[in-house]
Design a protein around this ligand. Sequence first.
Ligand code: IMP
Length: 208
Amino acid sequence: MLDKVLVATTNRGKLREFREIFSQYGIEIISLDDMEQKISVEEDRKTFLENAVKKAKTYGDFYNMPVIAEDAGLEVEALGGYPGVYSARFYSIDFGGKEEINRDKDEANINKLLRLLKDKKNRKARFVSIVVFYSPENTGIWTEGYCYGTIAEKPVGDKGFGYDPIFIPEGYNRTMAQLEPEEKNRISHRGKAVRKLIEILNKLSFQI
Ligand code: IMP
């Protein structure tokens, strides 16, 4: 029986969404901020899956408890899949010139993306979430979730986090940052990946 799991993140937006998605299953979610002993894991791999596996294994073995680790990001078609695994620090990488931080990193990332897409007709993009569950000496599982959409001309909305203010999900005329949390979780890459994971854990009799 799984009653407590460490979600290996310090990203508050992500953590809030994991808690919301798991709330109906009665599993306690703790985060890296709750752990007394701190270790850091560099996300230096070239794919979402490799980064997520690295985080899950390192934290799971260190704290000796079940871990869920996610690596997520935004892939923009006209930019050949960038920012991709660099989504969190897109503002600072060489691709397309660096961007100054005025308010916060999310805003700098968004400004850079809008600058690179200026005058581009193709604004197709997708959010990707790769979720890894790792239980030391027991099992390792990974799932994926995608959310397709387009990049808006300017940021709108104050919900969610990251690139949400400029992402318009397919079938909507509002940005992800204008959606209520339940609605975002229903259609989001993260919601889809986590629900797949829960289905598999149930089949493996983890009894969520
Ligand atoms: P990670 O912590 O390495 O997975 O970084 C993910 C980065 O991708 C975040 O810092 C955001 O910039 C972006 N991202 C991932 N998921 C979302 C989402 O649901 N909405 C908006 N941005 C996201």
